[in-house]
Design a protein around this ligand. Structure first.
Ligand SMILES: Nc1ncnc2c1ncn2[C@@H]1O[C@H](COP(=O)(O)OP(=O)(O)OP(=O)(O)O)[C@@H](O)[C@H]1O
Length: 322
């Protein structure tokens, strides 16, 4: 189990992380999300032992003392995959993956390298020099290398940032099921809502140096505590209640995703279409509702200038206001 107690950190005067405490069970997949610069990478570096904190970071009850006490920063049972992949460019993909594996059992080593190259779908490029690989291919090799010595805890900083959309989904499924099978604890810092929604057991939202929200992805998505949290999962509206309800006088607003709002034949809520964007299965409609800019999802394209009637389930509004 990973345990952080009152962990704070500042590069300069202003603290980046403030008094953070949490526990993560073995084998859990935790995603850390939050706006750019909120401290996701700093948190991973701190757990790995690259940065010093006055707080306490421990693994299975043993305190990890950090860079002020370790000559070589980092713990051997943790792997940290930074945003720069730090590959040995003159070596081949396979050589990079096996770099930290012992040469004592060459057949075993070869088998392990092949297994890891399969996880990241790079078998075909095993013998290609790293310097000749694309950014996404290098990132996949760096991932395989991080897994080579079967870490107990893996820290991944934007692990799919250079990988194209088609491959990303498949790779995510393979990687995260591999980590589950091996019972490897994983923390992923990410901007990508799919990493957080589809694969994490638990999600931390970082804001202003604190864990601002902590829950299962489903809890955070379905009942976002506010607009900030909802916006990390995609487009979101923050609509004045008086624009949705008759006889509403408060200045309260409600968080609604575009798909929470339906276009109907007739209703008292009317908006004027300003723009439409094709999204594949649906269209995203940008419209003006009593002066407020809103986003609505709809099956059909509606031309700008048209008026649309809208409906939001009252039950959903009540839930979001809780
Ligand atoms: N070496 C450094 N020296 C000084 N300030 C730093 C350093 N590294 C990061 N920072 C600052 O610390 C804050 C947190 O940075 P960090 O990289 O942890 O954020 P992040 O959430 O990972 O961002 P991103 O999502 O853009 O990668 C930022 O304001 C950043 O400018």
């Amino acid at each position: 189990m990973l345990k952080l107690q009152k962990v704070s950190f500042a590069y300069q005067k202003e603290p980046v992380l403030k008094n953070i405490s949490f526990e993560i069970e073995k084998g859990q997949n935790v995603s850390v999300i939050g706006e750019s610069g909120c401290g996701k990478s700093t948190l991973l570096k701190l757990i790995y032992g690259l940065l010093h904190t006055d707080g306490k970071v421990s693994w299975n009850g043993e305190e990890m003392l950090g860079p002020n006490f370790n000559l070589v920063p980092g713990e051997p049972f943790i792997k940290y995959l930074a945003q720069d992949f730090d590959l040995m460019l003159p070596l081949t993909a396979a050589e990079n993956v096996g770099k930290h594996l012992s040469n004592f059992y060459p057949v075993k080593k070869k088998r392990r390298i092949r297994e890891l190259l399969e996880v990241v779908e790079m078998e075909d490029l095993a013998d290609k020099k790293a310097k000749l690989l694309s950014g996404g291919q290098q990132q996949r090799i760096a991932l395989a290398r991080a897994l080579a010595k079967e870490p107990e805890l893996i820290l991944l900083d934007e692990p799919f940032s250079h990988i194209d959309h088609f491959r990303k989904n498949n790779l995510r499924r393979r990687l995260f099921s591999y980590l589950k099978e091996q019972n490897i604890t994983c923390i992923v810092a990410t901007h990508d809502s799919t990493d957080a929604l589809s694969f994490a057991d638990r999600t931390f939202v970082l804001k202003n140096g604190n864990i601002y929200a902590d829950g299962t992805p489903e809890q955070l998505y379905k009942s976002p505590p506010n607009k900030y949290v909802a916006s990390l999962f995609g487009d979101v509206n923050h609509i004045m209640l008086k624009n949705l309800r008759e006889n509403e006088n408060s200045r309260k607003r409600v968080v609604l995703y575009p798909h929470d709002i339906s276009v109907v034949k007739d209703s008292a809520i009317r908006a004027e279409v300003r723009n439409t964007y094709f999204k594949g299965e649906n269209f995203l409609i940008q419209a003006k509702l009593n002066g407020e800019e809103i986003l609505v999802e709809h099956k059909k394209n509606i031309q700008p200038g048209n008026t649309i009637a809208l409906k939001v389930q009252e039950k959903l509004i009540e839930e979001r206001l809780k």
